[in-house]
Design a protein around this ligand. Structure first.
Ligand code: HEC
Length: 112
């Protein structure tokens, strides 16, 4: 028979391992902010791009930003500028950038 103390102990260890892996993957928007300095030349400091070829990132969903950056990195999506920008980003940096831009608030005024 399995010793119940052993079971409780393994559960506790599993829980601790699980919690620590969750916290190491939690997005850090402050790091995203410092990483975003290299993006603001094109995407704007406030996440609103002035160049008509460049999409705005302010308030974009973190899911979409993360997916786009991973697609540029893997080559699924290609653009000469973004492929270059995304190729050296780690998964964690991508999460941090996504957390930063998705935390912006945008006010929309509909046309009359
Ligand atoms: C040299 C200019 C330039 C820089 C620097 C740049 N981008 Fe881009 N970015 C672009 C252009 C142009 C596109 C649109 C490309 C396309 O048509 O797929 C784009 C697209 C994107 C998209 C997809 C948005 C959408 O609506 O589909 C994301 C996300 C993005 N960039 C994030 C970033 C991040 C994060 C950084 C900094 C690490 C960065 N970019 C740096 C020019 C740039």
């Amino acid at each position: 028979m399995i010793n119940p103390n052993y079971v409780a102990c393994s559960l506790a260890v599993a829980l601790i391992l699980n919690l620590s892996s969750v916290s190491s993957f939690a997005a850090d928007p402050a790091n995203g902010q410092s990483l975003s300095r290299q993006c603001s030349v094109c995407h704007g400091k406030n996440g609103i791009a002035n160049d008509p070829e460049v999409p705005s990132l302010a308030a974009q969903s973190s899911f979409y930003i993360e997916k786009s950056l991973k697609d540029y990195r893997s080559g699924v999506r290609q653009d000469r500028r973004m492929t270059l920008m995304a190729q050296n980003l780690t998964d964690e940096e991508i999460k941090d950038l996504a957390a930063w831009y998705s935390s912006f608030t945008v006010e929309v005024t509909l046309p009359e």
